[in-house]
Design a protein around this ligand. Structure first.
Ligand code: BTN
Length: 330
């Protein structure tokens, strides 16, 4: 273990302990001297941890509020996603920061994380309210980008988020193209932005916003009835570090599968589809089309059966649920 890993281990060991842990025990467990333990405690304090000292040893009283980049990387089981990471207390939009970082040469998988966004962006030019307590982050993707595969990539990101939530015990589904729902309520969204020419994309930025420990009414009062938070879904605050690490693992896995196993991405997307069999309206700018959602097509579009029986595909738009089932007269 390097010194940074030792410090992360120490922070977790103290967080898990019930009361004081002696310096001698910590030194033995870490295989270092007691002075080295003391030095790491000093560094933890500089990072914002409050650690009490007594004759009995050390006790963690307060963890820093935010997610530190070092905490995210510690024990993170990915090849590239999140291995390069920058954290901001507050920023306009992590997608904008990630784009700037990509222009400056940030590597594939570079992660931009913020505790708060002042100009968070949603799909179709909407604003995305991002108070402290949520997970607001963006990833730079450089590998495996082809325009024809973008709808599938967008679905793969949705599948990854739903899978990470499932591992925390939250059953989430995807409302095409990639809204994350718990029950019928939205708890997260995905914004995919691209740079380069259609034939040669230089990079993509995947922005993900999840209402984790945010009260929906605080985040977007106007949407309070149609949104929820993960804390609300599980009935207790959610460990954002653990969730973020799980998200990074699943994102790396599913984004990679777009190239290597597109059939598996489609199958997983279809298995988590919140719309199949339901009567929906797809709104694209000023136009809207209504019909029965038939599910996700092979290229990632939404297949719709119109009232006159024709089957069409939609590649972008917002979906509004009209009825839970197709009206009998239609
Ligand atoms: C949606 O409209 O459903 C997509 C919302 C995407 C929000 C995330 S939060 C992190 C990243 N930065 C942004 O400005 N937007 C995305």
């Amino acid at each position: 273990m390097g010194t940074e890993d030792r410090r992360r281990w120490l922070a977790r060991r103290l967080a898990a302990a019930d009361g004081f842990v002696s310096g001698a025990v910590l030194a033995e467990e870490l295989g270092v001297s007691r002075v080295a333990v003391w030095k790491q405690v000093r560094r933890l304090r500089a990072e914002g941890y409050a650690v009490d000292t007594s004759d009995d040893g050390y006790r963690l009283r307060i963890r820093p509020d935010g997610l530190l980049p070092e905490e995210v990387r510690f024990g993170l089981d990915t090849r590239a996603f999140g291995q390069s990471v920058e954290g901001h207390r507050i920023t306009a939009s992590t997608n904008s920061v990630a784009r700037a970082a990509a222009e400056d040469g940030a590597p594939h998988g570079h992660l931009v994380l913020a505790e708060e966004q002042t100009q968070g962006r949603g799909r179709r030019g909407r604003t995305w309210v991002s108070p402290p307590g949520g997970l607001w982050f963006s990833l730079v993707l450089r590998e495996g980008l082809a325009v024809a595969e973008l709808p599938l990539l967008s679905g793969a990101v949705g599948v990854a988020v739903a899978d990470a939530l499932a591992r925390l015990g939250v059953a989430a589904r995807i409302r095409w193209p990639n809204d994350i729902l718990v029950g019928e309520r939205k708890c997260g969204g995905i914004l995919l932005e691209l740079a380069g020419e259609a034939e040669a994309l230089t990079y993509a930025v995947v922005g993900i916003g999840l209402d984790v420990n945010v009260r929906p009414a605080d985040a977007e009062p106007a949407l309070a009835g149609s949104t929820t938070s993960l804390a609300e879904a599980v009935g207790r605050p959610v460990d954002r570090r653990r969730l973020l690490q799980e998200l990074l693992v699943q994102l790396e896995r599913w984004c990679g599968a777009v190239r290597t196993a597109p059939g598996a991405v489609l199958a997983a997307w279809r298995a988590r589809d919140a719309l199949a069999g339901r009567w929906v309206r797809v709104v694209q700018g000023d136009t809207a089309v209504e019909g029965e959602a038939l599910g996700i097509g092979d290229e990632g579009g939404l297949r719709l059966k119109l009232p006159d029986g024709r089957v069409v595909s939609r590649w972008s738009g917002d979906v509004v649920l009209v009825e839970t089932a197709r009206p009998p007269s239609a």
